[in-house]
Design a protein. Structure first.
Length: 169
């Protein structure tokens, strides 16, 4: 059961989408590094897990053999606040990209956020990350602003994207 009171477990392409646990964090950090995301690290994810406003989900492999001994294919980390959900990080292992796991993880996170009363979703994306921007647009996000030099290593601007949630979305 998720913090939103809905069943957070779904399946997509043979992978189970479930709430993240402390036991998942080493692989979450591994995926974060492999994807070149802004680095949170184990401690930040661990702290986030204990917050009631956190929505943190993972895509679990059907078996360890499916991912060369690994359990997780991807994850999403988001946080509710002030009537919105902020999507902090989303990553999928390269070997299982193009299966729709990122879309499924983000879609479930948005569904859970809407069920908890969030009316809008907000995220930042690297200005040069056209693949992620295309995914977000397919899910109804639109660019509403820009943050200059938002990302480090390498330094890059961020596009701010939002979308409405709930019955009118």
């Amino acid at each position: 059961m998720s913090k939103a009171g809905l069943s957070a477990e779904q399946t997509h392409a043979g992978f189970r989408l479930t709430p993240m646990s402390e036991h998942d964090l080493l692989e979450v950090v591994e995926i974060e590094l492999a994807c070149g995301l802004s680095q949170w690290g184990w401690d930040a994810y661990h702290a986030e897990l204990s917050k009631p406003e956190a929505i943190m989900l993972v895509a679990r492999a059907p078996s360890p053999e499916a991912l060369n001994g690994r359990r997780l294919a991807g994850y999403v980390a988001a946080r509710l606040g002030a009537g919105e959900v902020h999507v902090n990080n989303i990553g999928v292992r390269e070997e299982v990209r193009r299966l729709g796991l990122g879309r499924a993880l983000l879609g479930l996170a948005l569904e859970l956020a809407a069920a908890q009363g969030a009316g809008e979703a907000v995220l930042e994306v690297r200005a040069g990350n056209r693949v992620a921007q295309a995914l977000y647009r397919r899910l109804g996000f639109e660019v509403v602003g820009e943050r200059r030099r938002y990302y480090r290593e390498p330094v890059e601007d961020a596009l701010v994207m939002t979308r409405r949630l709930g019955p009118t979305a």
